[in-house]
Design a binder for this molecule. Structure first.
Ligand code: HXC
Length: 258
């Protein structure tokens, strides 16, 4: 792999998009390597994933503008499909994914961050969907996920139609990120959160993620059905026996097995 680093530390893996000379722009090769890396994650061993950007300036500054410049309509659509398929795969990973956004998250960078479950950022981070200024629409899920993530059609349309970038404090205010840290504290904070997630019962964590993801796309009655089904599936698992057993035995140490 030239542009993706993947490190596993205990139950937590960190995937770094590492093409700092182009501010980690998502060219085709980067997307291919990202896809292969995601496919190879062993979710029996890794219980939480962090995605971040290499260098100190950018998470991901977008899809590769130089590569897109000469594309035909068919090639543009193919590129959007490729990125969307990978980002949807990230969203549907059974394990939680934290985006540690260490700088620019523009266009495809913001779209990658939004395909993750939780977004944390550094105080130098900058977010936006500047595509309309380039003569294109967002194409890696931005028109679909931004409103879902921030819960405001008006704000999502403003960001996409005006194409303005926002700083970390505004991203926090609109709910695009959960927390802002000084750059040096971002990865330790992401690792701490990932460690806490990976310390919980993995089956319950995965079912909870799935229930939220599937439920948000449906009506409340169907959503409740999804919850009931996945809640039921937690029972008779070793995790449930261990979690409830530890509480009733007043035991702090718990060993979840998956
Ligand atoms: C290709 C990029 C890039 C990108 C930066 N670079 N962003 N190359 N695609 N998205 C390259 C620059 O060309 C430059 O290369 C190097 O990275 C450093 O960037 P600078 O512009 O010199 O840095 P700076 O002046 O600090 O400005 C940072 C920046 C700016 C504000 C982030 O680079 C910028 O506006 N980038 C584009 C952001 C953007 O529009 N993203 C959306 C893309 S469209 P050289 O070789 O000159 O050193 C998109 C669509 C998604 O994402 C859907 C597709 C289907």
């Amino acid at each position: 792999m030239e542009f993706i680093k993947y490190d596993v530390n205990g139950r937590v893996a960190t995937l770094t998009i590492d093409r700092p000379k182009a501010l980690n722009a998502l060219g085709s090769q980067v997307l291919d390597e990202l896809n292969q890396t995601i496919d190879a994650i062993n979710t029996d061993e890794v219980w939480c994933l962090i995605i971040t950007g290499g260098g100190e300036k950018a998470f991901v500054a977008g899809a590769d503008i130089a590569e897109m410049k000469e594309m035909t309509q068919a090639q543009g659509a193919e590129y959007a499909r490729k990125g969307n398929d990978i980002f949807r795969k990230i969203e549907k990973l059974p394990i939680p994914v934290i985006a540690a956004i260490n700088g620019f998250a523009l266009g495809g960078g913001n779209e990658l961050a939004m395909s993750c479950d939780i977004r944390l950022c550094s105080d130098n981070a900058m977010f936006g969907q500047p595509e309309v200024g380039l003569g294109i629409t967002p194409g890696f899920g931005g028109t679909q996920r931004l409103a879902r993530v921030i819960g405001s059609l008006s704000k999502a349309k403003e960001l996409i139609l005006v194409g303005k970038n926002i700083k970390a404090d505004e991203a926090l205010a609109i709910g695009l990120v959960s927390a802002v840290y000084p750059l040096a504290e971002l990865m330790p904070a992401a690792e701490k959160m990932a460690g806490r997630i990976a310390g919980n019962a993995p089956i319950a964590v995965r079912h909870a993620k799935e229930a939220i993801n599937r439920g948000i796309q449906t009506d409340i009655d169907s959503g409740v059905d999804i919850e009931v089904d996945l809640f039921g599936k937690c029972f008779e698992t070793a995790d449930q026996a261990e979690g409830m057993g530890a509480f009733l035995e007043k035991r702090k140490e718990k060993t979840f097995t998956n």
